[in-house]
Design a protein around this ligand. Structure first.
Ligand code: S3P
Length: 189
């Protein structure tokens, strides 16, 4: 079981979905989407109606539930997941935690493109989003740094970059037995 963690915009969902498509037998589970299924409303709406504390409780319950799903799983967490209820301990006990890291300009660009569905960024100007990224990453680093590995995810902007980033990820973290035959280069087969 692999947990993708990292700040909003680091590419957890993009990479997780792309890996699922390239790794037969592996399944991607997006924690925010699981929460939305349970709650019947979007994460933004949930924050607005019930507040962050209730969200973090539901996030913990959902994380615990998905760690009991059988099979080869890649779980994409929310940016705040590692920082509540000792979720890092739970994840490190259950599988491999991988911190996805993108540069500040990359995060800012991605987050300004999709600000609407992120309750933590609601109502912030671009300058405020930029400062929030720095401040929140500082606060979250003690939790994020408990990940077993880090992986750079600046290059996820088009299909060529996604292919290249997935290949790099699979090479580093997926055992040869799990690789689809066409992902294994001739030198390895
Ligand atoms: C949050 C990140 C979001 C989502 C919620 C809170 C955070 O997930 O869980 O809006 O506190 O950083 P993504 O990182 O997938 O955007």
């Amino acid at each position: 079981m692999i947990f993708l963690i990292g700040f909003m915009g680091a590419g957890k969902t993009t990479l997780g979905r792309a890996l699922e498509a390239r790794l037969p037998g592996w399944r991607y589970i997006d924690l925010d989407q699981e929460i939305e299924k349970t709650a019947g409303i979007s994460v933004s709406r949930f924050f607005a109606l019930h507040g962050e504390e209730a969200f973090r409780q539901l996030e913990r319950v959902t994380l615990t539930r998905v760690t009991h799903v059988d099979g080869d799983l890649i779980i994409g967490c929310g940016g705040g997941t590692p920082c509540y209820y000792d979720n890092m301990t739970l994840m490190n006990n259950r599988g491999l935690t991988i911190l996805l890291e993108a540069s500040h300009p990359t995060l800012l660009r991605r987050l300004l493109e999709a600000q609407g569905r992120r309750p933590k960024l609601a109502g912030l100007s671009p300058d405020e989003v930029s400062s929030y990224i720095r401040q929140a990453i500082d606060e979250r680093t003690p939790y994020y740094s408990r990940a077993a590995h880090t992986f750079a995810t600046d290059r996820l902007e088009n299909i060529d970059e996604i292919n290249e980033t997935c290949a790099r990820f699979i090479d580093r973290f997926i055992s040869p037995a799990d690789k689809s035959p066409d992902l294994i280069s001739p030198a390895q087969s």
